[in-house]
Design a binder for this molecule. Sequence first.
Ligand SMILES: [Zn+2]
Length: 688
Amino acid sequence: MNKDEAEVRIAKLRKEIARYRYQYHVLNKLEISEAALDALKHELYKLEEQYPDLITPDSPTQRVAGGVAKGFKKVKHDVPMLSLEDAFNREEADAWLERAKKLRPRAQFEFYAEVKMDGLAISVIYEDGAMKRAATRGDGRVGEEVIRGVRTIESLPLHLRVPKDSEIEHFLKKHKGHMDEKKVVRTLTVHSGRIEARGEVYMLKKQLEKLNKDLKARGKPLLANPRNAAAGAIRQLDPKIAAERGLSFMGWQILGDLGVTTHAQGLEMMALLGIPINESNRLCANLDEVEKFQKSIGDKRDKLPFQIDGIVIKVNDSVLFDSLGVVGKTPRAAVAWKYAAEQGTTIVRDIHISVGRTGALTPVAVMDPVQLAGTTVTHASLHNEDEIRRLGLKIGDTVILEKAGDIIPKIIKVLPKLRAKNSKEFRMPHKCPMCGSDVKRREGEVATVCANKHCFAQELAHLQYFVGRTNFDIRGVGSKIAEQLLQNGLVSEPADLWKLKSVDLLSLEGFAEVSAQKLVDEIQAHKKIALDRFINSLGIRHVGEETARDLASAFGSFSAFRKATPEELDSVDGIGESAVESIRSYFEDKRTADKVDHLLDVVEVETMKKKAPGKFAGTSWVLTGSLESMSRDEAKQKIRNLGGEISSSVSKKTSYVIVGENPGSKFDKAKKLGVPTLNENEFLKKLS
Ligand SMILES: [Zn+2]
């Protein structure tokens, strides 16, 4: 996107984001999901990053997160409440660790992996064991005093708990030699001084359901999700409303002069003091273990009673954690490994037609790559013409795409306000893009179908033949994959194979990053092909391996073969009339000729040494009378095979006249013109 285009796009994005924010914050409703709205903000952020001089102070990206609303007392955090860097996959998690290890190459890294609650971060301060203050994160340094709301959270103790002696003993024994025991005992028993508990205020999913039922009954606007419901509740100036909302708390950090030396010890201590922590959290020796944890939590994510948006990886050792320091507003020693959003936005660049097994023509949206639920998506089926009308989709539109779990990606909404001027209306083709037959749409049915019953099967058969051992010899395109490539519109003709990118393949069943790249590499490695194999691969009727070889050696190059007249084709040894006819009609058909042109754009066909000219090259022959050892036609073929030409009448240019039994007037003419004549024996001698 050039700068002018970016400027237009940026203006549209800002306007649209502002509209949704207003809807959400003022009208309390959300037309699109938060994930989709985040995706729009992300696009804006990326564009502004590319063109920083287009950033204006009123851009949504310039808004400081949080901030203190009117009506709240400001509270300064003694230790800033930092935010976390995000990672979305193992590579990004690895990169995070790489950076940390560079700074502390000799350190022993151990990790504490936590479930990342999707709630509102809160700091709660206890003095001598009593809850004294609670504040939101705000901008990280200054937050809002929300103790009235926080006091309504039943899972948070108003006064810290004193653990039983046995619990303290167990804790001391477990971490013997790795804690300041005196301090630990003092913290657990008398809670002297200041102890700060940080964690997430959240709302249970079922609590939100109940609340929304209530709100609906009272004719009030519903709450979009538990996180915002929690945030709204805790910031209620009226604690009664906060209490009604039934909030919960989960701790993720404890601060103070506590005597512990690791993050894990701190959280264990938190639990002993009566502050809930997530029971699933785990100590991990390496990132492999962290990844296992991340997967197992992800698998049960939907079944959890609360909303989560990922896990957090923290360096367990407190000294190491602190020594890694802070970059910007994030600590280097922690990273949030987020679960990919199941909704995102992208731009539809084109609509392809795929032809399925039943001959149904399916429009497929080709989009800018977008990460959804952990996979990259570039294509989405639009099912039929009516679905495109229903969505109101034009080529060039910004759309919201959804992919939940294993479900195939689906365009759920068009954002017409972000439409570009040059967006195009989609029209269903009148001819099948695979076979060129007419298409029809029966009344009362949504599907447009190719009239040629064998259409898909033929294309599938040809694609498999094309990549077969005797042709391009591309491994890894078995029937299942070939079928998917055609069905998803990724390949509608052989040349499309070389346009495949690994990201396209990821949306197919059974492909992962590595296998997708492998197939792309395999295809690219087979760009160069011998002339005979190439001719064979086209699948021209009556042109098999043998014939293709004959044609290749007769013409030497593909262009010479393509330009050959029927007569020239006919003169090639081994080429019958039916082959000549089907070669002619193959290149005369615009559709097949186009496919060949497309192929020649992406592959390299080698030339071949032409067969040495026969010993009759440049000679012209006339036959008269009948021969004993062969028919006239056989004789003609033998002459042609050796490069001679056959003429039907004698002239001065004639090289030889073959005279058999009962010769006609041609014999007389030869004598008259002085053209050499050969009898059958002499002819046979010349042939050998
Ligand atoms: Zn067709």
